[in-house]
Design a protein around this ligand. Structure first.
Ligand SMILES: [Zn+2]
Length: 103
């Protein structure tokens, strides 16, 4: 779906217009990926909860600034992955594309 590696800090969001293999168009309608923001938000909430629970048990309930900074750094570092997976999930569930093994 994406032109460059997720590690490319400035181009991780560049998408192909269509699939290079089968030609499937990647944007079913204008503004389709606005919905991916909600998917990304869900991923972020999951990360906040996971990091919070891990810190609570592994670091024995550290001060609040440790929670806030750890969650912020984690989400920032994972931004390219969250962005990409949110779009892929959005396209998979709401793109209306049927998989055809013969194509
Ligand atoms: Zn394809």
């Amino acid at each position: 779906m994406f032109k460059y590696s997720a590690l490319s800090l400035t181009k991780f969001d560049d998408m192909h217009e269509a699939c290079p293999e089968c030609g499937q168009h990647y944007e079913p309608e204008v503004g389709f990926y606005w919905g991916a923001m909600y998917v990304s938000y869900g991923f972020s909430v999951g990360i906040v909860v996971l990091v919070g629970v891990l810190l609570y048990y592994l670091a024995h309930d550290p001060p609040v600034w440790v929670y806030v900074s750890t969650v912020a750094v984690t989400v920032l570092l994972l931004t390219p992955l969250l962005f990409r997976y949110a779009r892929a999930v959005m396209l998979y569930f709401f793109g209306g594309i049927d998989f055809q093994a013969t194509r």
